[in-house]
Design a protein around this ligand. Sequence first.
Ligand code: ASP
Length: 276
Amino acid sequence: MTFIFIFTGIFRLQIYNLLTVELGKGPQNIITHCVPLYSNELPMKKLIIASTSTLYKGNYLGYLQQELEILFKDAQEVLFIPYARPGGISHENYTKIAAKAFDSIGKDLRGIHTFKNPIQAIENAQGIFTGGGNTFLLVQQLHDNKLLAPIRKAIIDGAPYLGTSAGSNICGITMQNTNDMPIVYPSSFNTLGVLPFNINAHYIEPDPKTTHMGESRATRIKEYHTQNTTAVVGLPEGSWLEVIGDTITLKGNPSARIFEKGKEPYLLETGAILSL
Ligand code: ASP
């Protein structure tokens, strides 16, 4: 009798492990070791959400090249969203800069502005890259052209997504933790919500020796939490979030700073899994 109980207990445990791995809900170590990275068998989210496109003295997307080869391994053409227009650059010129970086990993990049039907372009995209620039302008364009829902759907259905700076800010619930100036007036601050928190790109720790009297980034985020509850990930340049299914891992360097309402901000080390 005892033997039967022990046996069925072990059997149930095995079934539980199989199911949890299958559904992506099991303990983190099981997920990491049993589910192949970027598996195409089940549709699951695959994103790289980077603080910046370019490191000091580096080339555009240079430090992410290996990651992008893996992320976009099944895509021949990637759809580029140039709406954030850094420094006011045209869609055309911005796409040229980004296309050069994709060319070096053997991929074609095509700007969304060249399609007659941008919604269809998103639906058919093998992969999507949203570049940085002004987050207000980007979010205004996405709302005005009704593109947020199609992009969100494409991501959830498994289209690989790369965001840098403003393109990463829009992965959060709202764009309210951007560093940008409101140069235009978007109809809403709501963004893709493929992350359960907001992003502050180009995050920089306060310099204890500075004589500058303006607010530090940490102070501004603290102010945000006097009016809002959504957690904020301060993502420094050189760091990115890798999202595979529901697992969000901090990659690169240096560590990220996590801000949760009512808690002291804390550091998250590279390699750590984020659960907010
Ligand atoms: N302007 C930044 C970018 O490069 C975004 C930000 O700082 O919030 O996209």
